[in-house]
Design a binder for this molecule. Structure first.
Ligand code: URA
Length: 441
C-alpha cells in the first residue's frame, strides 16, 4: 500500500530538526507541482529548512526532486562543460570565458539568467546586441552547440520549474541565504542542463550574496558534495566581489568591455578571472592537463584572435548583428555622461559594490521585479578601482544616462561621496581568487 504523507507532518518534522526522507521530499515537491501543496505550506517548509538546515543526503534528495520537476537535457562527451556564477556586479566573464573555452575545443551550452536585484543578467546583456535571439528551441540550441561549440539561451520554463516557484517564495519569505536551498536551486538547474562537468564561480564580498568567505566555502563544499552524488565533476572557484568586476557596469557597456577583453585590451581583474575560469573549463573538458595548462591555452586564444572569432560566430548564428564587434556605435548608447570627480587626493580604499549595482538598477539598467523592462544603454564606467591613486578633481567614474530618470543622477552623485572611500594611505586591490577545489568522478 502506498504511504500517504501530509504537508503538516513534514513541515513539523523539519521544524523540530529531524531528517526528511527521500520519499517525503519527493512527495512534497511533486504535490507542490500538482497544486496540492499550497505555496504557504512550501514557504513554511522553506523557513524550517532555513532554520534547521539539511544534511548532504537531504540536500541531494531536494535537488533530485526539483531537477525532475521538469525536462532534462543530455549531451554526449566529456568535453561538454558548463559554468555558473553566483552573481555579482559587472560580472560579464561568461562572454569571455565561453568563447575562449569553445576556441580551445570545449563545448559550452549556456543557459543563462536575467538580472534581478543588484546583480546583472547574462541574457539582458547579450540582448543589447540587435537581433540576438536567446529564445531558441532546444533542438536549435543543440544544433548550434555542435556547429559552433557554444550556444546561449535564456532559462526555459521546462527546466526545473519547481525552482521557479520555490525561488519566488524564498525571495519574499527571507529564505534565500540558506546553503541547502541555494545548492538545490543551482544544482537542479545545472544538472537539468546536461553538461558533464561544471565550473562554479562562487562570489564572495560586499557585492555577493555570500558576503563572508566562510559561507562561500561552505556553499562550495555543498555544491561539490551534490555534484559527486550526481556523478558530475566540478571545480569550485571562490572569487572576489568586494568591488565591481572590470570597469564597466550596465548591459551594453559590459558587452563593449567583453569584446575589448577578447581583443586583449581588457582590464587585468576581468582578464585574469576569465582566463582562470576558462582554464578550469578547458582542463575539466579534457583539453588540458592542468588548470594552469588550460589558462595558457586560454591566453593563446585571446592572442591569436580565435576566441573573438567564436564570439562573432555566436552572435551571427543567433541572429545578432556581429558587426558590433568592430563598431561599438551599433550598440545602445546613453546620450548623457555625468562625471563624478574625486573630492580629494589619495588612494581608492573602497567602492561599494552592491550599491553600484543598485544605482544601475535605479538608472533603468536592471530590474527589481521580474517583469520590469530594462534600459540597455545606461550604466557606469569606472576610471578608478580599489588601490588606484587619485588626484583631487580627477574623474573617478562616469554615469551614462538619459535626461529623465526614475531616481535623479544628483542623488547617485551624493550617495557616491559615501560609497567611494579615498584614504591618504596606500591601499591594495583585493585578492581575486580565494580558493580552488575540484571533485572528479
Ligand atoms: N542562484 C540560484 O540559481 N539560486 C539561488 O538560490 C541563488 C543563486
Amino acid at each position: 500500500m502506498a504511504t500517504t504523507y501530509s504537508a503538516y507532518q513534514i513541515i513539523q518534522k523539519k521544524r523540530d530538526g529531524k531528517r526528511l526522507s527521500k520519499e517525503e521530499i519527493n512527495w512534497f515537491i511533486e504535490s507542490l507541482m500538482k497544486g496540492e501543496v499550497a505555496h504557504y505550506q512550501m514557504s513554511a517548509l522553506l523557513m524550517a529548512i532555513y532554520i534547521q538546515g539539511m544534511n548532504a543526503s537531504e540536500t541531494a534528495h531536494l535537488t533530485d526532486a526539483m531537477l525532475y520537476s521538469g525536462k532534462t537535457l543530455t549531451f554526449k562527451g566529456k568535453e561538454v562543460i558548463d559554468k555558473h556564477s553566483t552573481g555579482g556586479v559587472g560580472d560579464k566573464a561568461s562572454f569571455i570565458l565561453g568563447p575562449i573555452a569553445a576556441a580551445c575545443g570545449v563545448k559550452v551550452p549556456m543557459i543563462a539568467g536575467r538580472g534581478l536585484g543588484h546583480t546583472g543578467g547574462t541574457v539582458d546583456k547579450i540582448e543589447s546586441i540587435k537581433g540576438f535571439n536567446t529564445s531558441l528551441t532546444l533542438d536549435k540550441f543543440k544544433k548550434l552547440l555542435n556547429q559552433n561549440k557554444i550556444s546561449l539561451i535564456g532559462q526555459t520554463k521546462d527546466i526545473a520549474p519547481a525552482d521557479k516557484i520555490i525561488y519566488g517564495l524564498r525571495d519574499v519569505t527571507a529564505t534565500v541565504e540558506s546553503i541547502p536551498l541555494i545548492t538545490a536551486s543551482i544544482m537542479s538547474k545545472k544538472l537539468a542542463e546536461g553538461a558533464n562537468g561544471i565550473v562554479m564561480d562562487i562570489k564572495t564580498g560586499e557585492g555577493a550574496f555570500m558576503s563572508e568567505l566562510k559561507d562561500a566555502k561552505a556553499l562550495a563544499k555543498s555544491l561539490r558534495n551534490t555534484a559527486t552524488r550526481f556523478d558530475k565533476s566540478m571545480i569550485t572557484i571562490i572569487t572576489d566581489m568586494n568591488q565591481p568586476l572590470g570597469n564597466y557596469i550596465g548591459n551594453s557597456l559590459e558587452i563593449i568591455e567583453s569584446i575589448e577583453t577578447l581583443k586583449g585590451n581588457g582590464p587585468k581583474d576581468l582578464t585574469d578571472i576569465s582566463v582562470k575560469l576558462a582554464g578550469a573549463m578547458i582542463y575539466l573538458g579534457g583539453k588540458a592537463k592542468t588548470i594552469k595548462d588550460g589558462e595558457a591555452k586560454a591566453l593563446k586564444s585571446i592572442e591569436n584572435g580565435s576566441a573573438l572569432k567564436v564570439f562573432k560566430k555566436l552572435i551571427k548564428s543567433q541572429g545578432g548583428d556581429e558587426s558590433v564587434v568592430d563598431d561599438y556605435s551599433k550598440l545602445p548608447k546613453a546620450p548623457v555622461v555625468t562625471k563624478y570627480l574625486s573630492t580629494k587626493s589619495g588612494y581608492i580604499q573602497d567602492i561599494k559594490c552592491k550599491e553600484m549595482g543598485l544605482h544601475c538598477v535605479s538608472l533603468g539598467g536592471g530590474r527589481l521585479k521580474t517583469n520590469d523592462k530594462i534600459d540597455p544603454a545606461v550604466g557606469f564606467v569606472l576610471n578608478k578601482k580599489v588601490g588606484d591613486k587619485v588626484e583631487k578633481g580627477e574623474v573617478v567614474l562616469e554615469i551614462h544616462h538619459h535626461k529623465k530618470q526614475n531616481k535623479s543622477v544628483a542623488e547617485i552623485m551624493a550617495a557616491l561621496k559615501k560609497e567611494i572611500k579615498i584614504t591618504a594611505n596606500k591601499t591594495k586591490a583585493p585578492k581575486l581568487v580565494y580558493e580552488i577545489k575540484e571533485v572528479r568522478v
